[in-house]
Design a protein around this ligand. Structure first.
Ligand code: K7E
Ligand code: CUA
Length: 763
C-alpha cells in the first residue's frame, strides 16, 4: 500500500508542486572547465559544432551497416548519438525480432537450402531514391557472406523482406539503387558455379565458375522486391566488387568493378603462390559497363536463361546484344562511385595511388564508334583506358571509396594505407586538402553523398581500427566513426564515436526532415506484412479457444493489463497467443514474454503480434509485460498454467477476506482526491487548442478509454459495499483508482506536451 501513496504523491508533484534544491558549490565558469579538462579552443569549437542540447534534434540521420552483427545502426549527426539498432539478418530480442511468429517469418525468408542463417556480413546500406534524390522511404542492405538482400521500411524502421540470391554464393556489390529505385543492384564477389549445389574442380575455374550482377526489381507501392521480375547478368569470374547505378546522362547504365581479372586460383597447400599474389599480379583489372535498361528489355523478350528458376542473361547474349563492355582499371581497384551529375565514374586504385575518373561520354563514344582495344577471354569488348578516362589523379596510398560534396566537382576519397581523407576536384583533377584520420579508414560518407544532390556539411570516416582511442575493453576493439566538418576549405575533425557492433563497412545519411516515421499502427496491424493481423481483436472481444491440443489466445494489452490474466493448458498443448496493443498514445509499447519458453514480443501501439510455443512441460509459468510502461507495469502480469494430462481440481480453498470497512472508506477518499487531480488536468487541456496536436488527441482518446471503464467498476464496489462485502468493495474501488491513475498519467503527459509545444488558450 506504501507504493500507492507514493504514486499519489508523485501525481501531486507532477500536477505542479515542485521541489527546490540548494547547493553550497558555486558553478564553474567555461574557463574553469576548459582548464580543468585541459581543452583547447579548437576542442571547444568542435564541441559546439556537435553538441545537441536537450530537447533539440540532429540534422541528419545515419544508417550504418552493423557489419557481422547483421543489423543496422541508426545514429544522428552531428551528435553521433545512437538512436536505434534494427534487426535485419540477426534476431534482435528487444524488438522481438526472431522471437515472435511474425518477425520469424521474415527471418525465415532468408533461409538457404532450408537452413536458418542467423547472422549476416552486412556491408552497404542504400536509401531509396526518387529522381536520384533520397526520399526517406526505404532502406536496403546486403549480406555478403550469405548472398541476401533485405528491405527495411522507414515508416517503422522494421525489416520487411529478405531475398536470397538464387545464383551466387557470396555477394558484395550491393545494395545500390537506381535513380527511381525500380532496381536494387547486387554483384557477386567470389566466383562459383551459378547452378545450385553443383561441384566443379578448381581446375575448371575459367570455364565453370562465374561472377555476375543481379538487378532486383523493387515494387515501391508494395514495398517489396519482386523476385520473379528480377534478373541477373552472367559475368566472367573476375571477383566483381562494388557497383553503382548511372544517373542523369548515364541513367540506364550500371558499373561494377572487379579485383581479380587474373582469374587466379590459389592453393598454397599444393605449392601454388597464394591468392593475394596471384590476384594482384596484373597491372589492371576491369570495370564492367552494363546497359541494364536494355538488359531488362531482353529479359522481357524472353532472351534470358532460367538458372535455379531465375532469369539470367548469359554473356554470349549480352555480347551479341551489345549491353556489356569492359574498361581496364588500375590496380586491384575498390569502389566505383558515379558523380552526382552522372557524367563520371570514379574508381580507386587500392594498390595504385591514383583514382581514375572515367567519362561516360567518352565510353559511349567508343561504344558507338565500335572502338575497342581488344576482347577479354570470353569475347567481351574492352574499351581502351585512354579512350575512357577523363583524368587520373594521384591521391595517396590505398585509395578506396569516394563521396561527393554539395560543391560542384568536389569529392572525398578515403586513403586506407595513409589513413587520410583526400579532398579533390574531379573535374580538374587536383588535390584540394587532406586530413589525417585515425587508423585505416575504409568507407567514408558525406550527407546524402550518393544522391544527385549531396548535402555537404559533414563527412564520416569509417575507420577499421580504434587503437588507443577509447578506454580499453579487451582485445576486440570497437570501430571508430570520426565526424569531420567539410563546410569550409579545410576539413576539421570534430568527434570520435566508438561503434561496438560488428565492422560497419558503409553508412548513408539523410536529412532528418525527410524521414516521416509513424508513431502507431492502425489497430490490429501485422507490422511485418503491413496487413491486418488475423489474430487481432478489439477491447472486449478477447477470448481463448481450445481445439484438441491447440490453445489459441486472442488477447490485448493496455496499461496496465494483459487480457487474459490466466491461460490454462495441458502438457503437450500448442499455445498460440495473439496480442494486440490497444494503446494510441505515442511510445506506449508493451513487451510480452512467458517464463522459460524463449519467446518475446515487442508490441508497439496498434500492433498485433503472435507468439507460439509448445507447452511441453508441466508447471506454472508467469507471463508479463517487459516494457516499463506505467506505474503499474510490474502488475501487468498473468499465469500460464500447464496441468498434467487429465488433471481435475480436488478442493477449492475459499479466499480469506482481509479488508474491512475502514479500508474501503480509505479507498473512496483516495478516489475523490485523485479525481480532483484529473479534473484540474482536464480543465487545463480543454482550455487550450489541444485538438491541433494529433499526439495529444491520441493521448486524450486513450485517457477517455480508461475513464470509460470506471462506471462498471464503480457499480461493482458500490454493490459490494451495500452488501457489506468489504473485501470485494475494497478491491473494486482499488480498480477504479487504477483506471484513474492511468487516466491521470496520460493527462499529465498531455499537459507537459502542450506546455512544451506552446499550446494556446482558447477560452
Ligand atoms: Cu570497402 Cu565491403 Cu564497401 Cu569494406 S567494402 S571498406
Ligand atoms: Cu505494459 Cu509494462
Amino acid at each position: 500500500m506504501k507504493n500507492m501513496s507514493k504514486q499519489a504523491a508523485s501525481l501531486l508533484l507532477a500536477a505542479g508542486i515542485g521541489m527546490t534544491a540548494a547547493s553550497a558549490w558555486p558553478a564553474e565558469t567555461l574557463q574553469d572547465v576548459l582548464k580543468r579538462r585541459n581543452l583547447s579552443q579548437q576542442d571547444l569549437l568542435a564541441a559546439a559544432k556537435t553538441y545537441v542540447p536537450t530537447g533539440k534534434r540532429d540534422e541528419f540521420v545515419t544508417f550504418s551497416s552493423g557489419g557481422q552483427s547483421g543489423q543496422v545502426i541508426v545514429y544522428g549527426i552531428p551528435s553521433m548519438r545512437i538512436l536505434k539498432y534494427i534487426g535485419v539478418f540477426t534476431p534482435e530480442p528487444w524488438q522481438g525480432y526472431g522471437y515472435d511468429e511474425n518477425s520469424k517469418a521474415v527471418l525465415d525468408q532468408g533461409k538457404i537450402d532450408g537452413k536458418s542463417i542467423t547472422w549476416g556480413d552486412t556491408h552497404h546500406p542504400a536509401i531509396s531514391e526518387t529522381n536520384g534524390e533520397y526520399d526517406g522511404q526505404f532502406l536496403f542492405i546486403n549480406d555478403k557472406a550469405n548472398p541476401r538482400l533485405a528491405v527495411i521500411d522507414l515508416r517503422d524502421f522494421e525489416t520487411k523482406q529478405i531475398v536470397v540470391n538464387p545464383i551466387f554464393k557470396s555477394e558484395h556489390g550491393g545494395a545500390f539503387v537506381s535513380p527511381n529505385t525500380d532496381y536494387v543492384i547486387e554483384a557477386a564477389q567470389y566466383a562459383a558455379p551459378l547452378e545450385n549445389k553443383k561441384f566443379y574442380p578448381l581446375e575448371e575455374f575459367n570455364e565453370k565458375y562465374r561472377g555476375g550482377v543481379t538487378y532486383w526489381k523493387f515494387d515501391r507501392k508494395e514495398g517489396r522486391i519482386v523476385p520473379k521480375d528480377s534478373f541477373s547478368l552472367e559475368l566472367p569470374p573476375y571477383s566483381q566488387d562494388l557497383s553503382d547505378f548511372g544517373k542523369g546522362p548515364s541513367d540506364g547504365w550500371s558499373f561494377t568493378n572487379s579485383f581479380c581479372s587474373e582469374r587466379y586460383v590459389g592453393g598454397i597447400e599444393k605449392g601454388r603462390p597464394p591468392y593475394e599474389a596471384g590476384c594482384s599480379a596484373k597491372d589492371t583489372d576491369y570495370l564492367h559497363v552494363i546497359n541494364w535498361k536494355k538488359a531488362a528489355e531482353l529479359v522481357a523478350q524472353g532472351k534470358a536463361k532460367k538458372i535455379n528458376g531465375h532469369n539470367v542473361i548469359m554473356m554470349e547474349t549480352a555480347i551479341k546484344e551489345g549491353i556489356l563492355f569492359l574498361v581496364p582499371e588500375p590496380k586491384s581497384p575498390h569502389g566505383v562511385d558515379v558523380t552526382p551529375d552522372g557524367k563520371f565514374m570514379v574508381v580507386a586504385g587500392k594498390l595504385d595511388t591514383h583514382v581514375s575518373v572515367y567519362s561516360f561520354e567518352k565510353i559511349q563514344a567508343a561504344i558507338k564508334a565500335g572502338k575497342f582495344e581488344s576482347k577479354d577471354p570470353y569475347g567481351i569488348p574492352v574499351i581502351g583506358l585512354k579512350d575512357a578516362v577523363h583524368v587520373q589523379v594521384p591521391l595517396g596510398l590505398g585509395p578506396l571509396h569516394t563521396q561527393y560534396d554539395s560543391k560542384p566537382c568536389v569529392a572525398y576519397t578515403s586513403l586506407y594505407v595513409d589513413s587520410q581523407v583526400a579532398k579533390w576536384n574531379y573535374c580538374e583533377g587536383k588535390v584540394l586538402d587532406k586530413i589525417s584520420v585515425h587508423y585505416n579508414i575504409g568507407h567514408l560518407m558525406t550527407m546524402e553523398g550518393d544522391s544527385t544532390k549531396p548535402a555537404g556539411r559533414y563527412l564520416v570516416a569509417l575507420n577499421k581500427l580504434a587503437i588507443d582511442r577509447f578506454v580499453p575493453v579487451g582485445p576486440l576493439h570497437p570501430q571508430n566513426h570520426q565526424l569531420i566538418d567539410i563546410s569550409n576549405d579545410k576539413m576539421q575533425l570534430l568527434y570520435d564515436m566508438p561503434l561496438p557492433l560488428g565492422e560497419p563497412h558503409y553508412a548513408v545519411s539523410i536529412a532528418a526532415t525527410k524521414l516521416k516515421p509513424g508513431v502507431r499502427y492502425k489497430v490490429g496491424t501485422d507490422s511485418r506484412t503491413d496487413k491486418p493481423h488475423p489474430g487481432a481483436v478489439r477491447a472486449g472481444e478477447e477470448r481463448t479457444e481450445k481445439k484438441g491440443n491447440k490453445v489459441t489466445v486472442y488477447g490485448t494489452l493496455i496499461r496496465s493489463h494483459i487480457t487474459p490474466e490466466t491461460i490454462e493448458a495441458e502438457v503437450g498443448d500448442e499455445i498460440t497467443i495473439h496480442l494486440t496493443n490497444l494503446e494510441r498514445a505515442q511510445d506506449e509499447t508493451h513487451g510480452f514474454t512467458v517464463s522459460t519458453f524463449n519467446t518475446h514480443a515487442s508490441v508497439e501501439p496498434g500492433k498485433t503480434v503472435t507468439v507460439k510455443f509448445k507447452a511441453d512441460k508441466e508447471g506454472v509459468y508467469p507471463y508479463y509485460c517487459t516494457e516499463f510502461c506505467s506505474a503499474l507495469h510490474l502488475e501487468m502480469q498473468g499465469y500460464l498454467l500447464v496441468k498434467p494430462k487429465g488433471w481435475k481440481p480436488t478442493k477449492v480453498a475459499a479466499e480469506k477476506a482481509i479488508y474491512t470497512k475502514a479500508d474501503y472508506d480509505k479507498q473512496v477518499k483516495k478516489i475523490a482526491d485523485t479525481q480532483a487531480v484529473i479534473d484540474s488536468v482536464v480543465g487545463y487541456i480543454t482550455s487550450v487548442n489541444y485538438k491541433d496536436f494529433p499526439d495529444v488527441v491520441a493521448m486524450v482518446e486513450d485517457a477517455t478509454d480508461q475513464l470509460g471503464k470506471i462506471p462498471a467498476a464503480k457499480a461493482k464496489h458500490e454493490e459490494a459495499a451495500k452488501k457489506g462485502d468489504w473485501q470485494n468493495a475494497t478491491l473494486w474501488a482499488e480498480q477504479v483508482w487504477q483506471y484513474q491513475v492511468k487516466t491521470a498519467d496520460l493527462g499529465l503527459r498531455a499537459k507537459t506536451y502542450l506546455e512544451q509545444a506552446g499550446a494556446k488558450k482558447i477560452k
